[in-house]
Design a protein around this ligand. Structure first.
Ligand SMILES: Cc1ncc(COP(=O)(O)O)c(C=O)c1O
Length: 374
């Protein structure tokens, strides 16, 4: 199977261990296991006892009932039977496209996006139609354009809240998109791994899972829940899709680990506390980023409304990869170049990582930009 190189993952694999200030990280500042237990009000000794007594079988093949119930509780309409657990959202997305897409199918993908949503369908022989988000529209899709692209499509793929732009489709926009998909008879693959990190209001916007009956919802412990080390994601979808996903899953997953299943259950059962902690980080860090952008003459952006990422437009006359490599070399600060996301002239920042790292990384970026201007 031929597939394009995964721009962002290649960039991260190469550089994320070779920087001092990682402003490319898209997870909220990851928790230690100890901190997770404290946040959840759980006793470390009791957990250790439970782990020591655990017989390490494959465990529940599709995820324990307890875990699937905790996942279903993230939606208004889902039950544990609507959920299938996978190895991260990356595993979930992969299985979903294998299950849904055949050669010749039309897939509409809203870009820039997480590259799985274009490159995997393409590798499976689909005709991939791109709907480009534009900065002047606040990185929100033109829904008239979506309506015309969706004619004859089997799947519409979107990431909401969006990576990399940080834009957010609210309930009204999602209903509109659902109506377009319904008319086209298309599935929506809704990658919602950043859901729960809105900058305003209660912090969690509606899920397409609750708004459109042919939604394949993707979620994960990695981003909004700051526990990427669990490598645990999920698919929430109607039975016919879950059955098709299961048939592919049997060839590549068997089960997620029992330890991951247990820890994800504990974390999701404490989701209010966990999301409150993570939203506080995302909000305070975005305020710091916003102040920096306002003060930095060569940088502008559309302020994110949710998630952990933003696209920074820069004025320096350099390709984004050269800019990133020079900044990394000079100051040890890592961004993701727009070129890795097929959107030249921008840098992606992940701003919800450790606050001190963000502050120092931005200060060093200012020094670097000033030296470029000299
Ligand atoms: C939109 C999106 N989907 C999926 C993933 C994969 O996440 P996971 O760690 O759950 O595999 C990422 C990671 O960056 C992402 O940004």
């Amino acid at each position: 199977m031929r597939i394009r190189d995964f721009g962002v993952e290649i960039w991260m694999n190469r550089w994320e261990t070779r920087c001092r200030y990682n402003l490319a990280e898209t997870c909220v500042d990851s928790l230690t296991l100890g901190a997770l237990l404290d946040l959840a009000g759980l006793d470390q000794g009791a957990l250790l006892e439970q782990l020591l007594a655990m017989r390490l079988t494959y465990g529940a093949i599709e995820g324990t009932e307890r875990l699937r119930a905790a996942i279903a509780a993230l939606y208004d309409t889902a039950t544990p039977d609507d959920v299938l657990v996978a190895h991260g959202a990356i595993g979930a997305n992969h299985l979903v496209y294998e299950a849904l897409v055949e050669p010749g199918d039309v897939v509409v993908s809203i870009v820039p996006t997480y590259q799985q949503h274009t490159s995997i369908p393409e590798s499976l022989g689909a005709q991939v139609r791109l709907l480009r988000l534009r900065e002047e529209r606040g990185w929100l899709p033109d829904l008239d354009e979506l309506r015309s692209l969706a004619a004859g499509a089997k799947v519409i793929a979107l990431v909401n809240p969006n990576n990399p732009t940080g834009s957010l489709l609210d309930g009204a926009a999602l209903r509109h998109i659902a109506a377009i998909a319904r008319r086209a008879g298309a599935w929506i693959v809704a990658d919602e791994v950043y859901r729960g990190l809105d900058q305003d209001g209660a912090g969690t916007s509606p899920s397409l899972v609750d708004l459109y009956e042919r939604t394949v919802g993707i979620g994960s412990m990695s981003k909004a829940f700051s526990l990427a080390g669990l490598r645990l994601g999920w698919v929430t979808a109607p039975r016919e899709v879950l059955d098709a996903v299961s048939r592919h899953r049997d060839y590549s997953v068997i089960s997620v680990g029992m330890v991951d299943d247990l820890l994800a259950s504990l974390a999701l059962e404490a989701r209010e506390a966990l999301l409150a902690r993570n939203r506080a980080i995302a909000r305070a860090n975005l305020a710091a980023l916003d102040a920096w952008v306002r003060a930095e003459p060569g940088i502008s952006y559309v302020k994110p409304r949710s998630g952990t990422t933003a696209l920074l437009r820069y004025e320096a006359d350099l390709p984004s990869e050269s800019l990133c490599l020079r900044l990394l070399e000079a100051e040890g600060v890592l961004f993701t170049p727009g070129s890795a996301l097929d959107i030249e002239g921008y840098l992606r920042i992940g701003y919800a990582n450790n606050p001190a790292v963000l502050r120092e990384g931005l200060a060093r970026t200012s020094a670097f930009l000033a030296s470029l201007a000299d």
